[in-house]
Each structure stands twice: as structure tokens, then as C-alpha cells.
Design a binder for this molecule. Structure first.
Ligand code: ZN
Ligand code: ZN
Length: 239
């Protein structure tokens, strides 16, 4: 009955365009059609999708030249930013992060858990990409932790947000060039208790993978603490 009252007071809206929807579906019909999931063929390492013409998954040129520190990175859907009409998943992520819309975040977290591509038995622990305290105070929550909890709950993997720390504030990566992104996050992460990470298989979770600079720096800190391997999962990925 409570659910019925809540949905009467707050009728469900589409995650993408915020239009009212009459079903339990997260997106309206138009937005559902516009969601672009990332599927094979893709790079075995960084997960970037190739054109449908290329046949099998393989390593992309960039990963071949400079092998990433993480083992595999995968994402559910395409992410687009900048001017113009936003792709529905990108719009939902922005609602969650910048409008601090926790209702949208909850649905996104559910979608992340549903589209989680790795086997749960591989991981000892999920670690969300941490926020600096200043950003956490402003937002009131760490979006990566909410995503991690949903994935951990659905796939029975322990989540520990205290294993990785952001030791200094950084500016949002979205405003920066690729080179500035690397500089911005360099040495920004640390592992307070290396013995809790040592020999563990870690799944690192974030909302968006853009240049990979943030997750690479996190991975560097985790491997320095002797984590056995680090895989990365994000809800969306810039392509
Ligand atoms: Zn919509
Ligand atoms: Zn690659």
C-alpha cells in the first residue's frame, strides 16, 4: 500500500528525459530505444567497442602499445557529454551526480547490477572510486559507493569503501584535456591499510570511464599495495 501511495505522490519518471512513465520500466519507449549498450566486438583489455564489421574481441592498438595496469575494464553503455541532446544513460548519470537525484541513482545502480558482466566468484572485494571529502560534503553521497553496493548485493561480493582513499582534491575530469586528466589525478589515491588489499582480487567500480586516467591511478595504488589483480566496471564509457 505504501508503494501505491508513493507512486501516486511521485509518479515514476523516465531516467533519460524525466517524462512520466506508466510502467516499472526505467526508460520511456523513445529513451529505451536510444540507450546504446556496449557489446562485442570490443577490446579485451580496456573494453572499447569496435565497429560491428570487425569480427572478434581483440586488444585495441592503444592497449597493445601501452598495456593498461588493470586487467579488464567493462562498461554497460555508451557515455556522451558536451552540448546537444544527451543520450539517456548520460542524462541519468548527470541527474544522479550533479542534480543529486538519489531516486535516479537507485535505478541506475539496479541497472548496473543487472548488466554486470563479470563472474562474482572472481572477486574478494568491490572498491568504489573514492571522492575527496570536499566533494562528498557537497554531494552528500559517493555515487560509486551506491553503485558498488547494488552490485555487491546482487552478486554476493563484499564492498569496502575504506580500502582506497583520495588523498588530495582534484577538479572534475570532464572539463580537462587528456593530458590534464593524467596530471590531475596523478598520485591522488592511496591505500591506508595495504595488508587488507594484499593478494586480493579487486573489482573497482566507478560511474563513468572517460580517458581511464582515474581508474588507472586507483589501480596503480592498489597494485602498489600488492593487490593480485584489478578489474574495472563502470556504468558507462565514453567512446
Ligand atoms: Zn525518456
Ligand atoms: Zn583497449
Amino acid at each position: 500500500m505504501l508503494d501505491a501511495v508513493v507512486s501516486l505522490l511521485y509518479p515514476p519518471r523516465c531516467l533519460g528525459c524525466q517524462a512520466f512513465v506508466h510502467t516499472d520500466e526505467p526508460f520511456c519507449r523513445d529513451c529505451a530505444r536510444a540507450v546504446k549498450p556496449i557489446t562485442s566486438p570490443l577490446c579485451l583489455r580496456c573494453g572499447i567497442p569496435f565497429s560491428p564489421q570487425s569480427s572478434l574481441d581483440h586488444e585495441c592498438g592503444l592497449c597493445h602499445k601501452v598495456p593498461p595496469l588493470f586487467r579488464h575494464a567493462r562498461a554497460w553503455a555508451h557515455y556522451e557529454y558536451g552540448a546537444g541532446a544527451l543520450q539517456p544513460v548520460s542524462a541519468a548519470i548527470q541527474q544522479f551526480k550533479y542534480q543529486r537525484n538519489l531516486g535516479v541513482g537507485k535505478l541506475l545502480a539496479h541497472l548496473a547490477a543487472t548488466h554486470f558482466p563479470f563472474g562474482a566468484t572472481h572477486y574478494d572485494v568491490i572498491i568504489p572510486v573514492p571522492l575527496h571529502l570536499d566533494r562528498l560534503r557537497w554531494r552528500g553521497f559517493n555515487q560509486s559507493l551506491l553503485l558498488s553496493r547494488a552490485i555487491g548485493h546482487a552478486h554476493q561480493i563484499r564492498v569496502d569503501p575504506f580500502l582506497l582513499a583520495r588523498s588530495r582534491p582534484t577538479v572534475p575530469q570532464v572539463q580537462l584535456t587528456e593530458k590534464e586528466r593524467l596530471e590531475n589525478v596523478k598520485g591522488a589515491f592511496s591505500v591506508p591499510k595495504p595488508e587488507h588489499v594484499q593478494h586480493r582480487q579487486v573489482l573497482l567500480v566507478d560511474d563513468v570511464y572517460t580517458s581511464g586516467a582515474t581508474v588507472t591511478e586507483c589501480t596503480k595504488a592498489l597494485l602498489h599495495a600488492e593487490a593480485r589483480a584489478v578489474d574495472v566496471f563502470t556504468v558507462a564509457r565514453a567512446v
